[in-house]
Design a binder for this molecule. Structure first.
Ligand SMILES: Cc1ncc(COP(=O)(O)O)c(C=O)c1O
Length: 400
């Protein structure tokens, strides 16, 4: 008998963290590696946010706080939901946790019982199924296709729902595909959900501010007010404000659920760091104009990467609406041989051979539940992206 919990056998370590580590290890051996695996903005946390954190330390805001967030941060979050999403919440409907991941964890663990099903469209963010499994629930994966823009259709959602369905996870714009749902697409999904009053929706909007062109961001509670009582709308400081290391995520939802999540957090992490909470008050209440400038920079990188990947033999890369990822298909390279004689059978073979031959680290689509694809994070400099895409083109051109 192992000393370790059997619940750990149900889950696997994050594939994106594993790739990032592998790239670091190769770099430490002196290899010239370009890491396109990490899911964090390369921009710095804004100065006004850093200053607010320093001021909080100087004021002595360095002690325990309320378990699920200081009143000032909850007020800033209430104002954010009103200002940006047209959603009205009270402070008692807000939960703050150490990161978006912790919000999801708290929501799932506070609600799931054995046998409960959670509908997850694929490709999905790597942590969703594992968090559901840790909570004792059953992930129900709904595959999407490149042809339908990696978006779950209303029909596919209707087919996936059973009497045991408790949640549907929606992530728009998506990690890993960058796909974002239009108002009409959300309305169609909402119409299905109105017929199933037992099903709640978890809307992970963490990439809300990374949206390109004239695409209009909307979230399901806004699109269908009749779902308001059973939607949890989640967001966080990590991606919008380049604050991944500060660990602040938050959500809004029905009061009884929010209370249950606070109860759970009171016996696990307790509150998120006091200093990060004060920094996030400034992030949400301070100037917001830089968000557009940063999104513009990401949009230029997206266009560059999509164009260069589509010039690589055997790859097909759709142009996503948001986030900082692309999710190209490598189907056209499978069955071919690398220069060193290896036949590529899966997307995992593709990414491993690419890393070994050209030192470019990307993540295989199978980790996100939809193969044969791979994910590139373009949250890095234009020079690094040009070099990486040139190497990918060379790698693909060398396949026979
Ligand atoms: C879709 C999605 N949701 C949630 C998170 C969690 O973010 P955080 O760093 O705030 O825990 C991430 C981070 O990669 C993400 O991609």
């Amino acid at each position: 008998m192992s000393f370790l919990s059997t619940s750990l056998d149900r889950i696997k370590p994050s594939a994106t963290i594993a790739v990032t580590q592998k790239a670091r290890d190769l770099a430490a051996q002196g290899r010239n590696v370009i890491g396109l695996g990490a899911g964090e903005p390369d921009f710095d946390t804004p100065d006004n946010v850093k200053e607010a954190a320093i001021a909080a330390i100087r004021r002595g805001e360095t002690k325990y706080t309320a378990v699920d967030g200081i009143p000032e941060l909850k007020s800033a979050i209430v104002a954010k939901f009103k200002r940006e999403n047209g959603l009205t919440y009270k402070a008692s409907q807000i939960h703050v946790a150490p990161g978006g991941k912790a919000v999801i964890y708290n929501a799932m663990l506070a609600t799931l019982n054995p046998g409960d099903e959670v509908v997850i469209p694929a490709p999905y963010w790597v942590s969703y199924p594992d968090i559901v499994l840790l909570g004792g629930g059953t992930p129900v994966i709904v595959p999407t296709t490149l042809a339908n823009g990696f978006k779950m259709s209303a029909e596919a959602l209707a087919r996936a729902i059973t009497p045991k369905t408790k949640w549907v996870m929606l992530n728009s714009p998506s990690n890993p595909s960058g796909a974002a749902y239009t108002r009409a697409e959300l309305k169609a999904l909402a119409a299905v959900l109105l017929d199933h009053p037992q099903v709640w929706v978890f809307a992970d909007d963490i990439y809300e501010h990374l949206i390109y062109g004239d695409f209009e961001f909307t979230t399901i509670a806004q699109v269908e007010p009749r779902l308001y009582e059973r939607v949890v709308t989640m967001n966080g400081a990590s991606k919008a404000y380049a604050m991944t290391g500060w660990r602040i995520g938050y959500c809004a939802g029905a009061e009884p659920l929010i209370k249950a999540m606070a109860k759970l957090q009171s016996q696990s992490t307790s509150m998120p760091t006091s200093i990060s909470q004060w920094a996030s008050v400034e992030a949400l209440n301070g100037p917001q104009d830089f968000l557009k400038a940063r999104a513009k920079a990401f949009e230029e990188r997206r266009d560059l990467v999509v164009s260069m990947l589509n010039q690589a033999t055997g790859l097909e890369c759709p142009k996503p609406e948001g986030a900082f990822y692309v999710y190209p298909s490598c189907a056209g390279t499978l069955g071919k041989k690398t220069a060193s004689g290896q036949v590529l059978k899966t997307d995992e073979d593709f990414v491993t051979a690419l890393l070994e031959a050209e030192g470019v680290a990307v993540v295989q689509g199978s980790a996100f539940g939809l193969a044969p694809f791979f994910r590139i994070s373009y949250a890095t400099s234009t020079e690094a992206l040009v070099e990486a895409c040139t190497r990918i083109q060379r790698f693909c051109a060398g396949l026979r």
